[in-house]
Every structure is written in structure tokens, then in C-alpha cells.
Design a protein around this ligand. Structure first.
Ligand code: FES
Length: 157
């Protein structure tokens, strides 16, 4: 199971980061970076605390967290599988590939498997359309995929 990241110890660390940055101009970004490091993500409970402490509206914090890809709302797994759903990849069958990965890893798009191992994401065009359909696992890229390739790729991780 994914361990509970919203524990007191992590909130104490967050508080320290807030205190350190509180009086600086543009305190929000460094505090969010610290929060991402401490919790591995920035869920709503953490956003609320930052909002109260820095007197920044929650809607603004939510906007920043969802805008920048280095921030995530949920913790990610050890391996992040990104399946491109750009037009070229979609046309060449990215959806059945996603379905197969879901089936094998027990996770859904935007979610992390219960054992914390895999996060499945749908991405925009990654500029490798010639290799469509493509997927990435952390830094590794796989192209010209068919559904039958998926079990072997998943097994590697
Ligand atoms: S559409 Fe998938 S890489 Fe371009």
C-alpha cells in the first residue's frame, strides 16, 4: 500500500519551509517546491495549509499546482508510464495500448497502482510521431507498438 504521506512529521517539515520563506517576496513557488519534495505531491490538504499560512487564495495555489508539470496532485509511482494520445498515436491505436497497460498494472490514466509501482498517464505529442504509437517509462521510449508488445515492456519493470 502507498504509505500515508500526510503525516504529522511531513506537515512539520512543511511548516519549517513556510516559516523560512514567509517574509520573502514570491514565497509561494519555493514553498510549493519544498512541499512537492516532502510529500511527493501537493494534494488539497497540503494546498489548504499553504493557503492559510501564506494568505494566498486556495484557487491561486490550485492553479499553479495544476499548471506546472513539476507539481502533482497525487503521488506518482516508481515508474511513470506515459502513453502518447496525440493525433498520430491515437490514430495508430494508443487507446488499446492504454487499456492493456491498465489491465496489467491495475491502474488507470492519472492514477497510481495500489503498490505504488506504476503511474499511468496520457501525454500530448512528444514529437516522435514517426514512431507512433509511442509510450515512455520514466526516461525510456518505446515506439511502433502493438498491444502484444505491452506485457513484455511491463514485465521489465
Ligand atoms: S502524436 Fe504521439 S508522438 Fe506525436
Amino acid at each position: 500500500m502507498v504509505k500515508n504521506i500526510l503525516n504529522e512529521e511531513n506537515f512539520e517539515k512543511l511548516q519549517a519551509a513556510i516559516n523560512e520563506n514567509r517574509n520573502k517576496k514570491g514565497a509561494l513557488m519555493p514553498v510549493l517546491h519544498e512541499a512537492q519534495k516532502i510529500f511527493g505531491c501537493i494534494p488539497l490538504e497540503v494546498q489548504k495549509r499553504i493557503s492559510e499560512e501564506l494568505s494566498v487564495p486556495l484557487s491561486e495555489i490550485y492553479g499553479v499546482v495544476t499548471f506546472y508539470s513539476q507539481f502533482t496532485l497525487e503521488s506518482r509511482g516508481e515508474f511513470v508510464i506515459g502513453v502518447c494520445l496525440g493525433t498520430a498515436c491515437y490514430v495508430k491505436g494508443a487507446q488499446p495500448i492504454i487499456d492493456k497497460i491498465s489491465e496489467l498494472t491495475g491502474t488507470k490514466v492519472g492514477k497510481t497502482s495500489a503498490d505504488g509501482k506504476f503511474t499511468l498517464e496520457a501525454t500530448r505529442c512528444i514529437g516522435a510521431c514517426g514512431l507512433a504509437p509511442v509510450l515512455t517509462v520514466n526516461e525510456d521510449v518505446y515506439g511502433r507498438l502493438v498491444v502484444a508488445d505491452i506485457p513484455e515492456i511491463v514485465k521489465k519493470y
